[in-house]
Design a protein around this ligand. Structure first.
Ligand SMILES: C[S@@+](CC[C@H](N)C(=O)[O-])C[C@H]1O[C@@H](n2cnc3c(N)ncnc32)[C@H](O)[C@@H]1O
Length: 228
């Protein structure tokens, strides 16, 4: 599905004004003014504001399996899916620290929503340490399939590797006066390039020079996600 069609789906399903645009560099940009309805249905500290999940769902009508990372008490009626949280009291599908998602079958999800604590003070509310965003992005990249998306809501653009992710959309989110601005960044997992897996590049280049690249090609591809 092209982004033009996603934006049309968003307008059609939500009935909100067309507030997303494709910039000349091909990325989607825009701002959502959420207005005064900043209630969190669950009342959970830091929960998604009313309407946020509905907007994301409308952008991805073709989604198949959704995973909520840092799930808290996410409203699964608005966006059904599986959940990951480090706090077992949240009753997630997977109790896991987002810095190491190796126990979660990430390759089976095509849409991952992430809503980390934004600051040290926020993390203290959950009695966790502050998230190392780059480590979480690497952990997601290690398991996710090519073309799967991460929808990351934050006050910071997480550090990411350009050989693992491309940014498809940057959407500003404004609630009401005296609330923090946030940004939703939508990343697409790039197909894994032969030679980008640790230890793979040197080996395959050397063997290619020697005239037998094929076995290493297979070795590299079988080590992770195979490009479609
Ligand atoms: C901002 S809240 C998410 C709220 C959620 N979007 C909702 O609507 O309820 C952040 C959540 O991340 C969890 N968390 C904090 N650090 C974590 C980590 N390292 N790994 C996994 N979960 C973590 C907290 O327990 C908390 O539930």
């Amino acid at each position: 599905m092209k982004w033009e069609d996603r934006i049309s789906s968003y307008v059609r399903i939500t009935g909100f004004p067309r507030s997303l645009f494709i910039s000349e560099d091909g990325r989607v940009v825009g701002t959502w003014i959420m207005g005064n309805d900043y209630r969190v249905k669950s009342g959970y500290y830091g929960g998604y504001p009313a309407g946020y999940l509905r907007r994301i769902a409308a952008l991805f009508p073709d989604r198949k399996r959704v995973l909520h990372v840092f799930s808290g008490q996410v409203d699964l009626t608005a966006m059904p899916g599986d959940t990951v949280d480090s706090n077992p009291a949240m009753n997630p599908t997977w109790v896991a620290d987002a810095h190491d998602l190796s126990t979660v079958p990430l390759s089976t999800y095509d849409l991952v929503l992430a809503d980390p604590p934004y600051s040290v003070e926020d993390a203290e509310r959950y009695q966790t340490t502050m998230v190392q965003r780059n480590v979480v992005m690497r952990s997601l990249a290690a398991g996710m399939s090519a073309d799967a998306r991460v929808v990351w809501l934050d006050q910071v653009l997480p550090m990411y590797r350009k050989d693992e992710w491309s940014i498809e959309a940057v959407i500003g989110m404004v609630k009401s006066t005296n609330h923090r601005f946030r940004v939703t960044t939508i990343f697409r997992r790039l197909p894994q390039q032969v030679g980008t897996i640790a230890g793979c590049r040197k080996e395959s280049v050397q063997r290619a020079d020697e005239g037998s690249p094929q076995p290493d090609l297979e070795l590299c591809l079988s080590g992770g996600n195979v490009p479609k």
